[in-house]
Ligand binder design. Structure first.
Ligand SMILES: [Zn+2]
Ligand SMILES: [Zn+2]
Length: 229
């Protein structure tokens, strides 16, 4: 893959987005629900990214829709799975932590999820435990992982040289207006969410990719969360 310009490929599903960052090597960011590995691998094939090119599978946080296919993708690529230590218990056990709703939409979603049968997810021990910032150069990517807690304690974002940010569930897109940034429906601390969004904005991102909806522009995020143009 050497010599190619670094790029981000989005793998979309109705539930959640996963991403493949391609540079000298490739990093998969989030894995979708169980079974979603097939879609990720077929998109990789389309872009001529080989399983052996994958240097790491990064999970932005410990929710099912983001790590559901981690075990399968590790088996098929041989790449290590990385996650922040504060969310790692969820990956180990395969059990989603209790969702703490933010606002009305969150309450409705928590109510609905209580009625749905949650899938059983095979847990695994993460290979790489993230604590602070992590430089990605050793994984063939120009950029870094930074902690951005708020949605969960162990949420992380990826900031790539060139101005691309991948933020997991720090910001949700709307149901209809997917590119309109909004609060995640769940989170443990709204103030922490604001601080983490500010951290992403300080990076001056040209484009912000998210797990649900998006992508967002920095001006749209500033307007929504900080009333600034
Ligand atoms: Zn989440
Ligand atoms: Zn999610």
């Amino acid at each position: 893959m050497a010599g190619r310009k670094q790029r981000v490929i989005k793998v979309r599903s109705t539930v959640v987005n996963a991403f493949i960052i391609c540079g000298e090597r490739a990093v998969i960011v989030d894995t979708g629900m169980p079974g979603y590995d097939v879609a990720i691998l077929s998109v990789m094939e389309k872009y001529d990214v080989k399983p052996a090119d994958v240097s790491m599978i990064l999970i932005t946080h410990g929710h099912h829709d983001h790590y559901g296919s981690a075990v399968a993708l590790k088996q098929k690529t041989g790449a290590p799975v990385a996650m922040h230590k504060d969310d790692s218990e969820s990956l180990r056990t395969g059990v989603n932590p209790k969702l703490i709703p933010i606002g009305m939409k969150g309450k409705i979603m928590v109510g609905l999820s209580g009625m749905m049968k949650m899938p059983v997810i095979k847990g695994m021990e993460p290979d790489i435990l993230i604590e602070g910032e992590m430089d990605l150069s050793k994984y063939g990517i120009a950029g870094k992982v930074v902690p951005t807690p708020g949605h969960t304690r162990g949420s992380v974002s990826v900031l790539l040289d060139g101005g691309c940010a991948l933020i997991g569930d720090l910001i949700f897109g709307g149901f209809i207006r997917k590119k309109a940034p909004g609060f995640p429906y769940f989170g443990y601390d709204s103030q922490e969410i604001y601080r983490s969004i500010q951290k992403v904005l300080d990076f001056n991102p040209k484009i912000i990719y998210a797990g649900h909806g998006g992508p967002f522009t920095a001006p749209a995020v500033r307007r929504r969360f900080f009333n600034e143009d």
